[in-house]
Design a protein around this ligand. Structure first.
Ligand SMILES: Nc1nc2c(c(=O)[nH]1)N[C@H]1C(S)=C(S)[C@@H](COP(=O)(O)O)O[C@H]1N2
Ligand SMILES: [Mo]
Length: 342
């Protein structure tokens, strides 16, 4: 058993998340023809979530974890070291969205422990002069790793402050010599039904057409804020956070931060991204955090910050334009209508 179980399993996710729309994306999937009753409500996973948000410090300990995270060597980036309070490591590791392992918040932690990151293969191809394939060791050794504290805001209305470790996407792209015709960067998650139960079952994986894909405009990809993360809290990533390498774009909603990437392709046409494919009226290509543009079914003006303490102690705070990174990125969207291009 991976997670310490309690008898509190009757507590529902609805009671653990204070936003009223906790099932938003599940209810969307229901509208698309998948009955909510058929979606998983796994009692042990719910118990895990209860532990996570209780005040018992021994709750949801990491004993029984199979996946081993390695210590990383890194420098600190003084400019991005000021954010506080940080979200506790335990919550970053156990409250996740990674539908390949299941749609419940505790599923990626519970069902991701056996995920294999060695060997890994990340290919960078398309409109580049020097296509390359990196292995697991390359991801950790080839580029200097730095620590940066970034806000993360999920489109569902919750947020965390996370101490990421990684290198800029720009550093990687410069090393492959991007051709002048390239306008977009496309990303793809591993497709492996043996390892990811949600990819093998449409019921468990939210009826998504896998692999999960995402994309950025080239100038967004080259922005110095855009990170490829290989770790957090001093160690390599856990499977549930997107091991061994995932994207972090702090001024955009969390779904842009595609996990467990195996391919990065430079293209001249705007690619489709997974959530836009599922519901383009609700999730766009840009997905810039914007308190003034509501989701069709809920407000984006504020968010529930996941910090210390139990779920009832969670604070709500105002959502910031571009998630607080306007100084660094507002210029990218000078000529864009951000209401139409949500
Ligand atoms: N491949 C893949 N990447 C994904 C997702 C997913 O389901 N599959 N979920 C996204 C969403 S909605 C969010 S909010 C973040 C969550 O990252 P975290 O669990 O590390 O906090 O991952 C994003 N990346
Ligand atoms: Mo999200």
């Amino acid at each position: 058993m991976l997670i310490k179980k309690t008898k509190k399993s009757q507590l529902k996710e609805s009671q653990l998340t204070s936003e009223t729309h906790y099932l938003d994306r599940r209810s969307l999937l229901k509208k698309l023809g998948l009955g909510l009753a058929s979606l998983p409500f796994i009692p042990s996973a719910q118990a895990g979530l209860f532990d996570l948000f209780s005040n018992d410090p021994s709750a949801a300990d990491n004993s029984g974890l199979i996946f081993q995270r390695e210590k990383l060597t890194y420098s600190s980036h003084p400019r991005y070291q000021l954010l506080k309070p940080l979200t506790p490591e335990k919550k970053i590791l156990q409250y996740n969205n990674f539908y390949e392992f299941g749609t419940g918040k505790a599923d990626p932690f519970e069902y991701g422990q056996q995920f294999k990151v060695k060997p890994w293969s990340l290919t960078i191809d398309g409109l580049v002069d020097k296509p390359i394939t990196l292995n697991y060791e390359d991801l950790l050794k080839r580029f200097d790793i730095e620590e940066r504290f970034y806000r993360m805001r999920c489109v569902e209305g919750w947020s965390m402050n996370i101490p990421w470790l990684g290198f800029t996407l720009a550093t990687l792209l410069k090393s492959v010599s991007v051709q002048s015709g390239a306008k977009y960067v496309h990303f793809e998650t591993l497709h492996d039904e043996q390892q990811m139960r949600g990819q093998a079952s449409r019921r468990i994986g939210g009826s998504i057409d896998y692999p999960y894909v995402e994309a950025l405009r080239l100038d967004e990809a080259m922005n110095p804020l855009t990170l490829l993360s290989v770790g957090l809290y001093g160690k390599t990533l856990a499977p549930q956070n997107g091991a061994p390498i995932r994207l972090v774009v702090p001024w955009k909603y969390g779904f842009k931060g595609i996990k467990s990437i195996v391919r990065i392709t430079l293209t001249d046409k705007q690619p489709l991204n997974t959530w836009k494919k599922i519901a383009h009226s609700e999730y766009g290509f840009y997905a810039n955090v914007n308190p003034n543009v509501d989701h069709p079914r809920w407000s984006q003006a504020s968010e529930r910050f996941i910090g210390e303490g139990n779920v009832f102690a969670q604070t709500r705070k105002d959502t910031l334009m571009f998630n607080g990174y306007g100084d660094e990125v507002a210029h990218l969207y000078k000529n864009l209508d951000l209401t139409r291009n949500y």
